[in-house]
Design a protein around this ligand. Structure first.
Ligand code: HEM
Ligand code: HEM
Length: 262
């Protein structure tokens, strides 16, 4: 099967991922799962995210919104906005129920996502492409942003993904242990529960900053103002693919001859 890895013509870019000219470590799969058969519609776009992936993303957005709103309403409960919000949703009990339901949703979607990445062919392919390569490490250590040619995911996107994974795991685990107060207290001492509460409370602010400030800046302002719509329609134009993910573009045209950007 032709692909940048096995010597085929690799599009218009000198492939310098990993700092080695001519070698791209994001190997093309024989079944080329990533492009879903390479269908391209009339607007010169290809599918970037499947419906399944978009639904997972939307569910995680719903879970995070429920958790942020109900969590911060407790953390800053003296704030007039929190007071108004708690009144609107019918009191502290309801706020707590919304937080717990959001927590369950986050855990369920998270577990499904792990299953998806481990078990399905496309999921395993995506996971491989989400791992940090030496080119990403160089970009992070030496701020060599401009000279790196990105594949399926940019260094920033990989970092955001792993921060969300880490944030969800730590917030999920600490949230469950806080929630089941009596069981936690019977296994550990009180200082541990207090510590988890502080960790959960401050961790919430960190997760909020990564998602709301960094991820929102990226998807609204960086490349596709006013919004990168791929999270809704799953599509990306070949023009953007070539600019933002040149190695993925190379892979696409090397496996779909004659389908390059017009
Ligand atoms: C609030 C919770 C959210 C979480 C936890 C979340 C998480 C993620 C993660 C982990 C990724 C993959 C890595 C990356 O590209 O950064 C991603 C991609 C993406 N997200 Fe979100 N997201 C959230 C909200 C949103 C919202 C509200 C939007 C749109 C307004 C959005 C638009 C996108 C887009 C367009 C991508 C694809 C980027 C690409 O081309 O790879 N996300 N999101
Ligand atoms: C990104 C995800 C999450 C965020 C941003 C978040 C945020 C918060 C915040 C800000 C507080 C208030 C802390 C304070 O008063 O100082 C809190 C409390 C709490 N959180 Fe979370 N949380 C998240 C996930 C979870 C999960 C997954 C669970 C459980 C499964 C959970 C369970 C709890 C519990 C039990 C409390 C104590 C107050 C209550 O019962 O409502 N949280 N959370």
């Amino acid at each position: 099967m032709p692909g940048p890895e096995n010597g085929a013509e690799a599009g218009s870019h000198p492939v310098e991922n990993d700092g080695k000219l001519g070698r791209c470590r994001e190997k093309t799969r024989p079944d080329n799962q990533i492009f879903l058969g390479g269908k391209m519609n009339e607007n010169n776009t290809i599918i970037r995210f499947t419906l399944n992936e978009r639904i997972q993303h939307i569910l995680i957005i719903i879970a995070f919104i429920m958790l942020f709103v109900s969590g911060f309403a407790l953390k800053y409960s003296n704030n007039p906005v929190s007071e108004w919000l708690i009144q609107l949703i019918g009191g502290m009990e309801n706020r707590s129920t919304i937080h717990h339901l959001g927590g369950i949703l986050l855990i369920v979607v998270g577990l499904y996502h792990i299953f998806y990445l481990m078990v399905t062919t496309r999921g395993r392919d995506q996971l491989r492409r989400l791992l940090f390569r030496s080119s990403d490490r160089k970009a992070l250590l030496f701020f060599k942003r401009q000279s790196i040619l990105h594949g399926r995911f940019t260094t920033r996107q990989k970092l955001q993904f792993w921060l969300v994974v880490g944030g969800s795991l730590s917030m999920g685990a600490s949230g469950l242990l806080i929630w089941f107060h009596d069981e936690t207290m019977s296994l550990f001492s009180k200082w541990f529960w207090d510590f988890l509460f502080v960790l959960h409370s401050h961790g919430a602010m960190l997760v909020f900053l990564v998602i709301v400030i960094w991820h929102m800046y990226d998807v609204h302002f960086r490349e596709a103002f006013p919004m990168d719509k791929s999270w809704l329609n799953g599509k990306i134009s070949l023009e953007r693919l070539k600019k933002e993910h040149p190695l993925e573009y190379d892979e696409y045209i090397s496996t779909h001859p004659g389908k390059g950007e017009e």
